[in-house]
Design a protein around this ligand. Structure first.
Ligand SMILES: *[C@@H]1O[C@H](CO)[C@@H](O)[C@H](O)[C@H]1NC(C)=O
Ligand SMILES: *[C@@H]1O[C@H](CO)[C@@H](O)[C@H](O)[C@H]1NC(C)=O
Ligand SMILES: *[C@@H]1O[C@H](CO)[C@@H](O)[C@H](O)[C@H]1NC(C)=O
Length: 413
């Protein structure tokens, strides 16, 4: 007698056998030695946890002491009442003397599982895989598993506290370096492919610029950036003013916290990429990457200007990173590009006009993406630039893009 459950299991096994055989027949067999991969997430692309102990400065109705809870991303923490407590834990405090940021009193923020995939596959412990919004690298990891890569050995994650920018990542950079070396040795001395989505590409780039050529030649096979805004985006400048785009529209408190993050300052348009092109015009004049001091003063955020100065030139003049490069991104999607208002108050919601251009991936302006083309001139290293008519998140989640990523990866092996 075969019970129904067993029958189900047998059908499943049969299907698996057919599937696996088909895989071999169609020539999708895994090459014996594949390059290991480390995934670096972008801004807001890592799950974060918080613990509170003696958080005596928190609003009176918040807990002063907590166990570990999910800071990013959890809708539950953004409900009315508790969202002020979330803000207390999520925000950063900038010290203009040390030029460093710290958490609110009594708050510890934890980036779970460095080296593992847990905190880069899904952002939320709830509804994993059900709500598309909380999927980060999960679809990509699953594709790489399908072609035979083993999670934790051949495919790993390098999550970080994305609230901060690269000027506060020295300790992380040294952990990242160790992770790359360890991954190399664990895979029979195979050099490592570093994949970075969005700001993650800039993190990899800044890291590589700090390493010796000898080290890079040995340990790094390729820098592969997906939708990285090397030149900075208008969206993030806009985010200092309004809450009506992702993720501010989920809760405006997120935007309030973001404005305390040096990473937000890092992401605004850079003069190296845009020159003095106007982004905002108002009754007061024009704001460009050449007069951020005026911009941040006029919107009453002088601290953000100090943060911007700390990180503005951290990518230098975009000298070559000294490794082979694939620079892929999205184009053809409506993307915030500029704004004008007839008011002298930039926060004026009524009289503002936002110009959207069909030129980007909905977050990243094409002009910010194409900064990497500068590296094409160096003929010592292979360079590939590819664009897809896809959105910022589709660049790591969409099945057509993932097909191309896996195909391109297999060609390297
Ligand atoms: C990898 O490199 C180490 C150190 O150079 C060496 O001892 C080891 O034998 C190498 N392993 C393989 C599989 O080549
Ligand atoms: C507009 O310009 C005036 C005069 O320079 C300044 O006092 C005011 O803060 C500016 N306001 C904004 C929102 O730009
Ligand atoms: C890109 O995709 C959008 C829909 O997402 C479509 O409206 C547009 O026509 C496409 N552009 C090109 C050049 O294919």
């Amino acid at each position: 007698m075969v019970s129904l459950a067993n029958l189900g299991g047998m059908i499943f096994l049969t299907l698996m056998t057919i599937f696996l055989n088909t895989g071999t027949v169609t020539g999708q067999a895994v090459p014996a030695k594949m390059y290991p991969i480390i995934l670096v997430p972008g801004y807001m692309g890592t799950k974060l946890e918080a613990v509170l102990q003696e958080a005596t400065d928190a609003p009176v109705y918040c807990l002063r002491r907590t166990g570990t809870w999910t800071l990013w991303f959890s809708l539950k923490e953004l409900m009315p009442m508790v969202r002020q407590c979330w803000y207390y834990a999520a925000r950063l405090h900038y010290d203009p003397t040390t030029r460093k940021t710290t958490n609110s009193k009594g708050v510890t923020v934890i980036v779970p599982q460095f080296g593992g995939l847990e905190s880069v596959e899904y952002l939320s412990p709830w509804f994993e895989g059900i709500i598309q919004q909380t999927i980060y690298y999960a679809n990509m990891v699953s594709r790489f598993r399908d072609v035979g890569l083993t999670p934790a050995i051949q495919i790993r994650g390098a999550p970080y506290d994305w609230r901060k920018s690269m000027n506060e990542m020295d300790e992380w950079f040294s952990k990242f370096k160790t992770l790359i070396e360890e991954t190399y040795y664990r895979n029979g001395n195979k050099s490592v492919i570093l994949i970075g989505h969005s700001m993650g590409g800039s993190v990899i780039y800044v890291f590589l610029r700090q390493q010796t050529q000898e080290w890079k030649d040995k340990y790094v096979r390729l820098m592969w950036t997906l939708a990285t805004p090397f030149g900075g985006n208008f969206k993030y400048m806009y985010d200092y003013l309004f809450e009506d785009d992702y993720p501010g529209y989920l809760s405006s408190i997120i935007r309030r916290a973001e404005r305390t993050f040096p990473s937000l300052a890092f992401l605004i348009p850079k003069p190296e990429a845009w020159g003095c092109e106007p982004f905002i015009t108002s009754a007061n004049g024009t704001y460009t990457p050449c007069n951020y001091e005026d911009f941040f003063r006029d919107i009453g955020q002088p601290r953000a200007y100090e943060m911007w100065k700390d990180v503005a030139h951290i990518q230098g003049s975009f000298d070559h990173p000294g490794v082979p490069i694939k620079c892929w991104g999205g184009g053809g999607q409506p993307t915030l590009r500029s704004m004008s208002t007839t008011s002298s108050n930039l926060y004026d919601n009524i009289r503002r006009t936002v110009v959207k251009e069909l030129d980007g991936d909905t977050f990243v302006n094409y002009q910010a993406l194409r900064v990497c083309l500068k590296w094409n001139a160096n003929t010592n290293y292979p360079f590939q630039f590819r664009t897809f008519n896809k959105t910022h998140m589709q660049m790591i989640r969409d099945s057509e893009v993932l097909d191309e990523i896996v195909k391109s990866y297999l060609e390297l092996a």
